[in-house]
Design a binder for this molecule. Sequence first.
Ligand SMILES: C[S@@+](CC[C@H](N)C(=O)[O-])C[C@H]1O[C@@H](n2cnc3c(N)ncnc32)[C@H](O)[C@@H]1O
Length: 302
Amino acid sequence: MPTPDRPGAVLHGDTIAVARQKMRRLIEHGFKARQRHEDGGLDARLLLAHHLQLSRSELIAAADRPVTAVQATALMALAVERGTGVPVARLVGETEFWSLPFYLSAETLVPRQDSELLVEAALSRIGDQVSHILDIGTGSGCLALAILSERPAASALGTDISSDALKTARRNADRLHLTDRFSTRLSDVFDGLQDSDPFDLILSNPPYIASAVIDGLDSEVRDHDPRGALDGGVDGLEFYRRLATQSAAFLRPEGYLIVEIGFDQAVNVAALLHQAGYRSEVLRDLAGHPRVLIGQKIVRKH
Ligand SMILES: C[S@@+](CC[C@H](N)C(=O)[O-])C[C@H]1O[C@@H](n2cnc3c(N)ncnc32)[C@H](O)[C@@H]1O
């Protein structure tokens, strides 16, 4: 018997509308058990739509259709798992970034909306010109592929230390019909790129969380995003040091190095860029936090 403390199960024959309400209550019940008081309505809809392979409007139109026994069991399991803290994107195996769909896998970070600022910064710098872009730590490929989707004259190389991530990035390029302009390479930052022609723009959303901070992160990040996508070394700046000191050799004169940063890293990362011969500009996210640094290689005229 469902009670305010124990929501009812999704049952064979429940209409889609009823299943959705039950999923919402199950999700919120799980959230409450973890001291979170969030609305589960959107997550219930996303999980339902994904599992039944229906768009948002199709879901509304099908509100009176009953679910099968198999669907009821699966929907119930999805709602319970979401309640325990598994992100929706992990449950459905994909997410949206820059209004495009991206598959995920075990070693890809779930792309964050804040990272769209990196895409905007890159688009503003390359204009419509033919340009070759390097995306270091490409993960799902979301940054490079979002840029290519907007710039038909651009091409990109996505690198990562994870072959699982590169496989997923290639799947995403295929899904978005961008394989002719997107290639991948297994590389530890710049180590595998010695034979590359200079790039017009290098971008990276590197791992930037200080190692000791990771255990204290929200469990939905700590337990479900790959540690290798988060861990930026002792002070969180390890990758910026490598990017700052090694990137110039891979950039054309006056080319750009654009990086995502943690909200409190702007001063330190800007200092690293200046030491390495870049001028820099900070962009803030919607919350007003420094989020992106645009570095431009200074060419000294003699
Ligand atoms: C914060 S995630 C960013 C993923 C994706 N670009 C995005 O914005 O959603 C960092 C990525 O860097 C990759 N990575 C970690 N260490 C690396 C290394 N030494 N060399 C290259 N890539 C690395 C991780 O596998 C992960 O895909």
